[in-house]
Ligand binder design. Structure first.
Ligand SMILES: [Zn+2]
Length: 427
């Protein structure tokens, strides 16, 4: 669609959404009244910047004050069909209450987007991730069902399950795979240990969320070469489900922003202004179709860059050509240099013989920060090459510790690869 015409449609949807929120959400009435804005304040999409951000802390505080779901449920209790929530082991959880109608809309949106990256009715989609509070698996499941594909909700995390997956994959031969990049690489390692070539699974399209790996060029290439399949990066945030509204198409040139489902501003963190054509910023998300717990201007805290260069697929949605490559809060400052963990991963993944597991440890034994990169490799003499590549990529000279293969703790879900051991008083 012509982007200008699409913006008109988005404006109409957004105005209706804001009126709905004002009528049904004590949360937004309070937030917007305090900021002196009202649904009528939105006359064009440019007016959206006048509305305050919603931050994760604000949602948690609101849920603590109005348990269990907060003051932004917006639908009657009997309309709620699914309860989900944050699955982290620390901090106060955030509960998600999703209505029956929204569940169907999420399925429809995901089906539409899964088509764009190459899945088709009749394909079998192997879902190799937890079925629990984690919304990723459920979004992939209902999207596959709505598309007319066959969902294979295999799950993950049970001892011995990956070995069992090898048998099922051989038996069923699914065209599609969903999981985290860490889990796909773990699956490949287990397969290879059993003398099975992961290319033999016959996956055609592998799509990922939950971690940035599928958008990191060298990790993407590693997955594509290991499995002989397309590696597709998707995903925004659990709060924003349908989370696939950031998703690569089958050309895999960065995630498109499906802005008529979730309107996505890329905000320059210094000026607070949206980036119109190209540049780096923080995605700020607004639900246009959710009527239960709608998010209006949810601040993601992620870092990305956006472009409106045309995509060979013909879609006119803007793209994030380098994926979501960091978080404003996760960036490490080591000896005054900004270090993004994903940049380190991309450097490591380009060195032949270096395994996919790694750790980044930052310490301050004396006056200065010390960055240590721990990797797995048979050849310990690779340390100097690794040190040079990481220095070249980040500007910081690391210490390198080489461990034998399969000795670093492996991850079946989201990796925790950064260990910052410096005193908490750091800036
Ligand atoms: Zn495209």
């Amino acid at each position: 669609m012509n982007p200008a015409r699409r913006r008109e449609i988005i404006l109409g949807k957004l105005q209706a959404q804001m009126r709905y929120c004002w009528e049904h959400s004590p949360f937004y009435r309070a937030l917007w009244s305090d900021a002196g804005v009202f649904p009528e304040s939105l006359r064009s999409l440019d007016d959206l910047v006048r509305f305050p951000y919603v931050k994760k802390d604000t949602i948690r505080a609101d849920q603590a004050e109005h348990p269990p779901f907060g003051s932004n449920v917006c639908c009657p209790p009997e309309a709620i069909a699914h309860l989900h929530g944050t699955s982290g082991t620390t901090g106060q959880p955030t509960a998600f209450a999703i209505s029956r109608d929204d569940w169907l809309r999420i399925a429809a949106a995901h089906a539409r987007i899964m088509w764009s990256f190459g899945l088709r009715p009749g394909d079998t989609v192997f879902i190799g991730s937890f079925f629990s509070l984690y919304l990723g698996s459920w979004g992939a499941l209902i999207g596959a069902e709505a598309l007319g594909a066959r969902a294979f909700p295999f799950g993950a995390g049970v001892p011995g399950q990956t070995e069992r997956a090898l048998e099922y994959l051989d038996l069923i031969r699914p065209a599609g795979f969903y999981g985290t990049p860490s889990y796909a690489l773990h699956l490949a390692k287990v397969a290879q240990a059993h003398g099975v070539d992961p290319r033999g699974f016959g996956f055609r399209t592998m799509f990922f969320s939950g971690e940035p790996g599928a958008g990191i060029p060298a990790t993407k290439r590693r997955i594509e070469e290991t499995f002989g399949a397309s590696c597709v990066d998707t995903g925004s945030m659990a709060e924003m489900t349908p989370w696939m509204t950031n998703a690569e198409c089958s050309h895999r040139q960065g995630m498109h922003l499906w802005e008529d489902i979730v309107f996505t501003e890329i905000i320059d963190p210094d000026s607070g202004s949206p980036i119109k054509d190209e540049g780096e910023g923080v995605p700020v998300y607004t639900h246009l179709e959710r009527t239960s717990q709608p998010m209006i201007r949810l601040w993601s805290g992620d870092l990305t860059s956006v472009t409106d260069d045309p995509c060979p697929c013909g879609r006119t949605y803007r793209r994030l050509p380098d994926g979501i490559y960091g978080r404003v809060d996760d960036m490490l400052i080591v000896r005054g240099v900004n270090v993004y963990p994903n940049v380190v991963e991309n450097a490591l993944a380009q060195i032949p013989g270096v395994g996919p597991e790694y750790r980044i440890v930052v310490e301050r034994p004396g006056e200065l920060d010390v960055l240590t990169v721990e990797i797995e490799c048979l050849d310990t003499s690779i340390a100097s090459t690794v040190g040079d590549r990481v220095k070249h990529a980040t500007g910081v000279s690391p210490l390198v510790t080489v461990h034998p293969p399969n000795t670093l703790e492996t991850t079946e879900f989201k990796s925790r690869r950064v260990d910052d051991r410096r005193p908490a008083s750091r800036a």
